[in-house]
Design a protein around this ligand. Structure first.
Ligand code: URP
Ligand code: ZN
Ligand code: ZN
Ligand code: ZN
Length: 623
């Protein structure tokens, strides 16, 4: 049989490869340490027709196979060559129209830069055109025509109506999109309301799509900007001062709570602060309202419209997770919501009950307020305790390279061009946030690393020379991510080599449901592979980078570890410092809905709903 003669092994996959043996791309990577998120070992990797055919020892091949020799370099772990799956950048903006201009990197230059830095796939954000998803999608298909590597799309949701709702369905079922981003900031352009976010979360859930949030309180940002301008602070430092981390923490907490209320997975993009990270940490280890049971609170009376009175004398133990539901049959509920907003109250008038979920075990103040309020005209009201069971919420946190490495001192540089290149949102924080984010990444509180690559050159950044509000937001990173994260996390011993693969590639592929086609070196996976030499070193410079930008926020940085070879779609595209890419060779990767993050979601819902139904029947209003 042909395959056996070719390279002397047999495995279950070789039959597939035989079907298309005419391809000119046959590569054998010999003797490296093959690293997957689950395992690493010294092995050879044989690639043909864009796929990994085999990973094993001692693969023999004919002369028509390109051999990349890594043997003899892995005697000591420190001196080994390491083959990894190519990186996947979950967060980029190529060819994006934003803040009155367009990013300087398009799909060609951005992807060329990515390949030179060892990233072989990225997921970009389709921005709707005047709110239209379909028009936005078509525009991005066009933008991506000159692609040189594989890519996928997320899509932003910027307005809400029937068409948007229907288009979301179309995008998921036909266009290969399984994630939607909601901007809680950028007031006046991309920002959405809580009302829209709730509709979006519900729709995402029904489609099995992941809801993503840019979490900053946009009203707060607008207020902060006004304050800075009033104070005469108009330089790039005003950008950071106007949108402190408390606004990021608030929006992150709000998004997490709303996603919890809907019971759907949430992905927080560009986590830049301790404030936001701690909300994610809390949620991931917190109780979640799955498997709730509704119990009337002992000793708690119902409330009469003319004489609101609630008495509760029973014990509230820390084991009783005291969420409370207030039932009302009339729609005068927004008032209540305001009354209780200090307690993260939440109301929804369109439902027969008012869901008031208090995520705290110390709920007595809540009772106290009810007790002392004179609530007029409330019809029927009842209060029930909700018992929840422990279990982490499905919240994913994505730090970006800039947030892990840089600090805000750079925004105070007296040279405008230098300072302005660091302007992005949420802003790069004070020193200390970076270290905390690294720790969160190494301990699994945060799961994967993006870049938010969104480049504007110094001419574009200069739009805001008199007013930081006009500086286009965004920094580079697509080319630098793999090197900087290796140096920052692996070289310092913060994470293992397998964890490095997980946070730069595998986790992304799993979350966005394209694993193990992407994110693994396994027979049958796409041949997107890098060879990284941990004994070599890298140096980043604006003069040699592949981005079209005339600045680089990492200019001058050096470190250990060098991506020597990048293989994309089974072809060597980066070797010995040279790029060989072909415009138009990139492929759109469709991402199917219902990733693992959705497993079991419906079970929790069903349990919750049936307990709700049972309890609603028991309500006896005192009139
Ligand atoms: O400053 C940023 N992050 N620019 C890109 C748009 C976004 O918010 O991700
Ligand atoms: Zn065989
Ligand atoms: Zn954003
Ligand atoms: Zn972004």
């Amino acid at each position: 049989q042909q395959m056996h003669g070719d390279y002397g092994f047999c495995d279950a996959r070789c039959g597939d490869a035989e079907l298309s043996s005419t391809s000119p791309t046959k590569i054998l990577i010999k003797g490296g340490t093959v690293v997957n998120a689950h395992h690493k070992e010294v092995a050879d990797v044989y690639v043909q027709d864009g796929l990994i055919v085999s990973v094993m020892h001692g693969i023999k091949v004919n002369e028509d196979v390109t051999v990349l020799d890594a043997t003899g370099k892995y005697v000591m772990p420190d001196s080994s060559r390491v083959n990894e799956t190519g990186g996947i950048d979950p967060h980029t903006h190529l060819g994006m129209e934003f803040m009155g201009t367009e990013t300087i990197d398009d799909f060609f230059s951005g992807q060329a830069a990515a390949l030179a830095g060892g990233t072989t796939m990225h997921i970009d954000f389709v921005i709707p055109v005047n709110g239209s998803l379909s028009v936005g999608f078509d525009a991005y298909v066009n933008k991506a025509k000159n692609s040189v590597m594989d890519y996928g799309f997320h899509m932003a949701i910027t307005k809400w109506d029937e068409t948007v709702s229907k288009d979301m369905e179309l995008m998921v079922k036909e266009k290969g999109i399984n994630s939607f981003k909601f901007f809680m900031a950028y007031k006046g352009s991309l920002m959405i309301s809580d009302e829209l976010l709730l509709q979006g979360l519900k729709k995402c859930k029904s489609l099995g799509a992941i809801a993503m949030v840019h979490a900053e309180n946009g009203d707060g940002v607008a207020e902060g900007q006004k304050k800075m301008i009033d104070l005469g602070i108009k330089g790039p430092e005003g950008h950071a001062l106007s949108r402190p981390s408390v606004l990021e923490g608030e929006a992150t907490a709000r998004a997490i709570r709303l996603a919890t209320f809907i019971n759907t997975p949430l992905y927080v993009v560009h986590v830049m602060s301790i404030d936001a990270m701690e909300e994610i940490a809390k949620a991931r280890k917190a109780e979640q309202p799955s498997g709730m049971s509704l119990l009337p609170l002992q000793g708690l009376g119902s409330v009469h419209c003319k004489q609101p009175y609630v008495a509760y004398n029973g014990p509230i133990t820390s084991r009783h997770l005291c969420h409370f539901l207030i039932f009302s049959d009339i729609p005068a509920i927004s008032w209540l919501s305001q009354t209780f907003s200090p307690f993260s109250g939440f109301s929804q008038t369109s439902m027969p009950f008012l869901g008031f979920l208090r995520h705290s075990r110390v709920s007595l103040p809540f009772i106290g307020i009810l007790e002392h309020s004179r609530i007029e005209g409330f019809g029927k009201l009842g209060i029930y305790e909700v018992l929840a069971f422990y279990g982490g919420r499905r919240v994913i946190g994505e730090p970006v390279v800039s947030g892990l490495i840089l600090d805000d001192s750079l925004l105070w540089d007296p040279d405008f061009t230098t300072a302005a290149k660091y302007v992005m949102s949420p802003p790069i924080r004070e020193s200390g946030h970076d270290k905390a984010l690294q720790a969160a990444l190494s301990t699994g509180v945060l799961q994967l690393v993006g870049t938010d690559h969104c480049t504007f050159n110094s001419t574009q950044k200069a739009f805001g020379v008199d007013d930081f509000r006009k500086i286009p937001n965004g920094v580079n990173g697509i080319e630098e991510r793999m090197h900087l994260i290796w140096d920052l996390m692996v070289e310092t011993g913060q994470i293992s080599v397998t964890d490095y693969v997980r946070i730069t590639s595998t986790a992304c592929a799993q979350i966005f449901n394209i694993y193990p086609k992407k994110g693994a070196i396994l027979p049958g996976s796409d041949a997107d592979i890098i060879i990284l030499n941990p004994n070599s070193s890298f140096e980043i410079s604006v003069g040699s980078h592949h981005s079209r930008s005339d600045t680089n926020v990492y200019d001058g940085r050096k470190g250990k570890g060098k991506v020597e070879v990048t293989i994309s779609q089974g072809r060597i595209v980066w070797e010995e410092g040279k790029l060989k890419v072909e415009p138009g060779s990139g492929r759109y990767v469709k991402m199917p809905p219902f990733s693992y993050l959705f497993d079991g979601i419906e079970k929790a819902d069903e349990k919750y709903l049936s307990s709700l139904r049972a309890s609603v029947k028991r309500i006896n209003y005192a009139m």
